[in-house]
Ligand binder design. Sequence first.
Ligand SMILES: Cc1cc2nc3c(=O)[nH]c(=O)nc-3n(C[C@H](O)[C@H](O)[C@H](O)COP(=O)(O)OP(=O)(O)OC[C@H]3O[C@@H](n4cnc5c(N)ncnc54)[C@H](O)[C@@H]3O)c2cc1C
Length: 465
Amino acid sequence: MEATFVVIGGGICGVSCAESIAFLAPEEKVVLITASSIIKAVTNVMSIGKTLTQFDVEERSSDTLSNLYPSITIINDVVKKVDTSKKTITTEKEQVIIYKKLCICTGARPKLIQDNNSRVIGLRDTESAENLTIKLKNAKKVVIVGNGGIATELVHEIKGVDVVWVIKDRHISATFIDPGAAEFFQERLLNKDLDYQEKTANRPKWTVKTEKSTQNGFGPSLGPHWHNQINLIKENVLKRVEVEYECEVLQIINRTDSTDDWPIYVELTNGKKVGADFIISATGVIPNSNILGLEHLKKGKDSGYSVDWKLETMEKDIFAAGDVCSAEWDIAKHWFQMRLWTQAHQMGRYAAKSMVSTLKEEDFYQDFCFELFTHVTKFFGYKVVLIGLYNGQKLGNSYDILLRVTQRHEYVKLILVDGKMQGAVLIGETDLEEMCENLILNQLDLSPYGEDLLNPDIDIEDYFD
Ligand SMILES: Cc1cc2nc3c(=O)[nH]c(=O)nc-3n(C[C@H](O)[C@H](O)[C@H](O)COP(=O)(O)OP(=O)(O)OC[C@H]3O[C@@H](n4cnc5c(N)ncnc54)[C@H](O)[C@@H]3O)c2cc1C
């Protein structure tokens, strides 16, 4: 088989890339090779600013894409090898595809704290989420290790099972929020927020999907609202959450004799030994950058394929995007790479633009989305919007913080350097996202406004209009 463009991976990134190529160059043949028979498509994209977007992710069977775009052919297979001199790809089923431009969107896999242990669970795709649901059915206590988005959502979503949350930082959810915001979430974490408890205790249970989504056990990662697709609520009873701060797992011990209360234990660096039914490992991901024939490609520190501003690897005509790549161009001041849906979607679309433009020998500019980091998510039931250097990233210790907190309602934090906004954390329905985005992008000197910037009695948005 021969195609102008070949994309590997049926996650958000690969699908966005294939769709965008089909849109930009409908006359060119596109082959999308994916190990999974289910693909992820981005739908209902809603712009809430210049670069801020909210969207849904739909799981579809892979043939829906070729029905929508006649130039796309889908191959359900695993890519085994790429021969860069002959420009061919060989799959596990020994199919050979010749490409002109190739984009690798093979995503990443969970970094498990221990492999080959059925009581240590990682979470990545629909299948692993279903697996978790089944395991939680009879569980009384789980240990969750990790302090990023997945761990935070799991601690919130799991009901009826006691949780011990092991984090290496001084406060929860450190990847996304500061100690102040962690304090803001504390009531919900410890189940003290009574209004909220009432609202969530009787929410509907979700049924588990049984459709097999993958071959060879690796499917695309879950999409937004992933926890709604699986049942993490065992009973309408409250759970107990204990947080073990500033420690890591020293070793994992499986039950040694029948007198042990739990089937598995973790020994922590703070000297404690905690028993549980399962350990959920949510300690980050490793890019799937292990395709044969591409060993010579430069990799980033996190072992993703290193890419330049065009998302091209060091090998001409081979591009990489989404979780599998490491952004190594001259990064804009207010942007940084984080392996998230938004960036997978943006990179997939931009890789398409970049490949089509280089094929047609047309000039193009880097997409504006790489100017500013933005992320919209939900933690503990609150809308969370993160913009720019929201945690003071890249700023050392020399920045000012403007803070406005209304308990159980909103948490607004603005990061300023010399009176210019560098980042923002907006929790709750603040309606400030567009204003913050603009003020970071245009670097207006805000010193004359001082603390009035967050004065609830002044409609600051009108001010800047
Ligand atoms: C549980 C969970 C919760 C998350 N929560 C959030 C969140 O709240 N917000 C957020 O923004 N992000 C979140 N993420 C991260 C987000 O899911 C990823 O950043 C994003 O999905 C990456 O998309 P991708 O297309 O690059 O990779 P993937 O979605 O991993 O897709 C990779 C694709 O490549 C295929 N593939 C891999 N190797 C091969 C091969 N050799 N041959 C053929 N096909 C291959 C796979 O089958 C798959 O289709 C979460 C991730 C997980 C696992």
